[in-house]
Design a protein around this ligand. Sequence first.
Ligand code: FES
Length: 197
Amino acid sequence: AVLGPLGNPTHIEKKGTVVCVGGGIGVAPLHPIVQAHKAAGNKVIVIMGARNKDLLIFEDEMRALADELYIMTDDGSAGTKGLVTEPLKQLCESQCPPAEVVAIGPPIMMKFCALTTKPYNVPTVASLNTIMIDGTGMCGGCRITVGGETKFVCVDGPEFDAHLVDFDGAMRSSAMYRQMEKEKDCQGMEKLSQESK
Ligand code: FES
């Protein structure tokens, strides 16, 4: 069965300049947000990051939409070699800093985007993509800490004030789940190899 829509819609209004930062596959869910900010009359600057050229997605679509586009890759195979936080910092330092930053990508990227914008007091929204199991706030699988309070990404999110999110805690629990998954897989393998004997 499919249940939905769950969670809360992105809050979009005319604010001026909005910087949208997408890392890896986070660029895909960023695309409708860029579209909505454009439709609301905002100037949208997009910063996209990927490990290399082959992992860059939605480049043409973003180029068509964005008022300015920065492409950053770890190896310099496309755009500029470096991290998404480099152009982000420059934009925050500029004469007219962005009214808002939206970041979607790996937690480590969102953490560093939040750390980059914080000293400039640029409001920053992180769209979190934690593990979700029931999607109703019952299982606790997507629990995170925001400003010292427990929140559930599925019902309270997925967007949160990035300056308040405990990204380290979120990364610790996703590492824990990955480990549990790995153990589960290993156990499955063990069972399979016993059966085949
Ligand atoms: Fe279960 Fe959010 S997915 S509480």
